[in-house]
Design a binder for this molecule. Sequence first.
Ligand code: ACO
Length: 432
Amino acid sequence: MTNETAPKTARLSLGDQEIELPVMVGAEGEMAIDIRKLRAQTGAVTFDPGLGNTGACTSNITFLDGEKGILRHAGYPIEELANQSSFLEVMWLLLHQELPLKTELDSFTHDITHHTMMHEDLKRLFASLPKAGHPMAVCAAAVGALSTFYQKEGPKTPEQNWIDAIRLLAKMPTIAAYCYKHSIGQPLMYPRNDLSYAANLLYMMFGTPCEAYEPNPVTARALDLLLILHADHEQNCSTSTVRTVGSSGANLFSSVSAGISALWGPLHGGANQAVIEMLMSIRDGERSAREFMELAKQKDSGVRLMGFGHRVYKNYDPRAKILKSACDDVLGQLGKRDPLLDIAQELEQIALEDSYFVERKLYPNVDFYSGIIYKALGIPTDMFTVFFAIGRMPGWISQWLEFQADPDKRITRPRQIYTGATPRSYQKVEGR
Ligand code: ACO
């Protein structure tokens, strides 16, 4: 659909009222009915739990077509970025919606590399939290706490917001590694500015002050690929949360901290941990792959095939496709074999041939194969979602900055359809 071929308006008849609502067309031909005046004109609101039919913003950052399995950032296909780009370059692309010139990338890399250290006082926050606490809880707390150091009030000028964006992108690996080191009781490692973004993250995760540690370049490249694949995914649950919190005028760090909490849930980013736990339970003989699949089809079992299904993709998630072949590459290059990969492939094969999954268009999503690579890289299972958060950081920040610059921005405040009691009189407790 183009602006020329799309209908200009949509007609709505509601009782004896007939109104015309403007139709918008996006850059890739997607149509939307603009209902901003609906309530004022008719007194009615729309009802869309889960917001599956609601466009909450316009955006220049990411396009995805769930029917065709397409994902592009500012026009660039995810497959090309995964093959040829780097996580730092993708960060810039999301933030500016253009690829950087060599000089721009060099100076951006320098800035990110030189903001990696954290304020020493922030270490006390880690020390005060239980070691057994989930690292996502620690991570959300630490990112929220950055606002006590850097951005005490709400959003500021674009220049000040940019500095905070750099700080957050740069410090996120340090925070993530501190979450892990704290949980195992090892000394927190200071960042090394001579290493790449991914290699430095590995160094802070696995190095100790006692002996030299050099990150494996194969591991660093695999990690960079994972970060690229997680960098943005338009208005998913956590990104919508970041925009929503930012819409109240909250600062960048608080908004992103809320996004980290939203990501943690097993229906969203937490699925990567849930997938590995599911595969391990099958490996350990709790039930066979076929028995598990039967259970996943029964609504009242409370079991879902984790890493499968997506609100928007009704086709193979293009990120899952890349990750599936990366699994073979990375395991091969690191000389590792993992029976969990065989189990994952068996589950996928069963699903692709089973009418339950076929009819509902349930395919592997980004979380289905990512955990197997994280595991091969030595990342502990409960850190998987933290690594997802490191990858998603440029997406959250770009979307937050885009929201701040949007002339049409308004505080997010949905309506509801009230279904509770109608007016009644208060009775004192003695008389109830
Ligand atoms: N296993 C079994 N059945 C499923 C699954 C699954 N993984 N996913 C969806 N279904 C079924 C639902 O029971 C429903 O069946 P019905 O039509 O008979 O009622 C149908 O497929 C549609 O599912 P919904 O839950 O309505 O789809 P929705 O778009 O709301 O949910 C979601 C999407 C949350 C991702 C879902 O597919 C799911 O729970 N997947 C497993 C968790 C997961 O992998 N999450 C990560 C998503 S990617 C990301 O966020 C980074």
